[in-house]
Design a protein around this ligand. Structure first.
Ligand code: LLP
Length: 419
């Protein structure tokens, strides 16, 4: 959960009175605590005692270049899943030899760009992809460094939409076929086998699935090495969960570090970890203004100016996000309500049947833990603007992405000559 307190009745996040920002910046907006981002990175980094490892920040969780650059400054590499993320990572000073390129659907442009930039490795998800990477590498007179993403058939993750390691999921190559595919890869002239990879899901709050996945990776790595293949890198993916609500107990990151050493420490390989949410989720809040309060016998609605287009996790995954007022409640005047946005969909909500005290129209609310998979999953549905992103640091803030207002969006349309 986010780190906040109230001082003189106002919400303080990273030493900043957030209400002050609302006097200068139009709501809704995202803001991220630099201190929290740094603390999370350090806590993970300090928990790992492997001889050779790399943290490759999963850019998809929050791809703002200031966020990426902060992690680059701390020594991080990047896990990217598109040419866009790769360009962002490179612009934000991530060195190409610390970039891993994941994803089931890499297109030829993306493969070409990644090869031209000499990234650390491709995490390959199909034989078809392997062939295309090899052909492109030969055109560039290179050998493409690859790992095969295996699908270990393990169930893990916050919900089925973010579980990726089951046999029926689209990801990776069945662990049972791994050897065959590696053997085939070794016959391709444009391919250099570097490692092995797995990513089993996201928002994982138990060590057990990780333990199974690491066991599988270890077993297959040993088998491949015994057969004479060179495996230097084991990429264990991301997935570490965070605390979104009071009764949630995420994994103790120290235990995660110990597990890595216990399971993979003796293999003489570099280990790559691809955390996203763990680093960014609780660094962020989405600040929104109450536009209207609509009461009835059946239900009360607090209508805010942020919509599902700005933050889609509650409706897409049924995700819980705490919602707190920027003004500390003075009276115990409880309102049981749904917090909803202005978008014309019943699914446009942030919380259902929650209790808020002493709230009024024109007050502000913070939707908590929105630093991961928040802004990056936003859209312009209903021709709504893309909102500002701010970075806060010891009581100050800076805009790190400017609002893209509706006029710019509208101007992208081209009126057809046929109408
Ligand atoms: N590596 C790979 C290959 C991934 O697919 C992902 C996330 C990560 C690393 C980072 O996982 P994390 O450490 O953040 O759990 N939009 C969803 C989450 C989708 C995760 C997709 N892959 C949500 O809002 O919950």
């Amino acid at each position: 959960m986010i780190n906040y307190n109230y001082k003189k009745g106002n919400l303080i996040f990273d030493d900043l009175n957030i209400k002050n920002i609302t006097e200068e910046i139009e709501t809704p907006f995202y803001c991220y605590s630099l201190n929290h981002l740094k603390d999370q990175y350090l806590s993970l980094d300090n928990s790992i005692s492997l001889k050779d490892y790399e943290i490759c920040y999963a850019v998809k969780s929050n791809s703002n270049q200031s966020i990426i650059k902060n992690f680059a400054n701390m020594g991080s590499g990047a896990d990217v899943v598109s040419i866009g993320e790769m360009k962002r990572a490179l612009k934000a000073n991530i060195s190409p030899n610390k970039i891993v390129f994941s994803g089931v659907g890499k297109n030829s442009n993306e493969i070409k760009f990644a090869l031209e930039n000499d990234i650390l490795m491709f995490n390959v998800e199909s034989v078809s992809e392997l062939k295309k990477i090899s052909s492109e590498a030969l055109l560039q007179s290179k050998k493409a460094p690859i790992a095969i993403r295996i699908n270990p058939d393990i169930s893990a993750g916050g919900n089925e939409k973010i579980s990726t390691g089951k046999a029926q999921d689209k990801f990776g190559i069945s662990w049972k076929e791994a050897y065959e595919v590696y053997e085939y890869a070794s016959t391709l002239n444009g391919i250099e086998i570097k490692g092995i990879d797995a990513h089993i899901g996201s928002q994982i709050n138990q060590l057990e699935p990780f333990s199974h996945s690491f066991d599988k990776l270890k077993e297959i790595t040993s088998m491949l090495k015994n057969k004479g293949l060179k495996i230097d890198i084991i990429d264990v993916g991301g997935g570490l969960g965070v605390k979104y609500k009071e009764n949630e107990t995420p994994i103790d990151v120290k235990k995660y570090g110990e597990l890595l050493s216990e399971k993979l420490g003796e293999l003489d390989c570099k280990v790559i970890i691809e955390p996203g949410r763990f680093l960014t989720a609780n660094a962020g809040i989405l600040v929104t203004k109450i536009l209207h309060i609509k009461k009835s016998d059946i239900k009360n609605f607090v209508i805010v100016d942020a919509g599902m287009n700005d933050f889609i996790r509650p409706t897409l995954y049924g995700a819980h996000h705490n919602i707190i007022p920027l003004k500390e409640p003075e009276k115990l005047e409880n309102l049981k309500c749904d917090i909803v946005g202005p978008v014309c969909e019943t699914g446009d909500f942030f919380a259902k049947d929650i209790d808020l005290n002493d709230i009024n129209e024109d007050d502000f609310l913070a939707i908590c833990s929105t630093g991961a998979y928040g802004s990056v999953q936003s859209s312009n549905y209903n021709t709504r603007a893309s909102i500002d992103e701010l970075l806060i640091n010891n009581g100050e803030y800076e805009i790190i992405r400017k609002r893209i207002n509706e006029d710019i969006i509208i101007d992208k349309d081209i009126i057809s000559k046929w109408v």
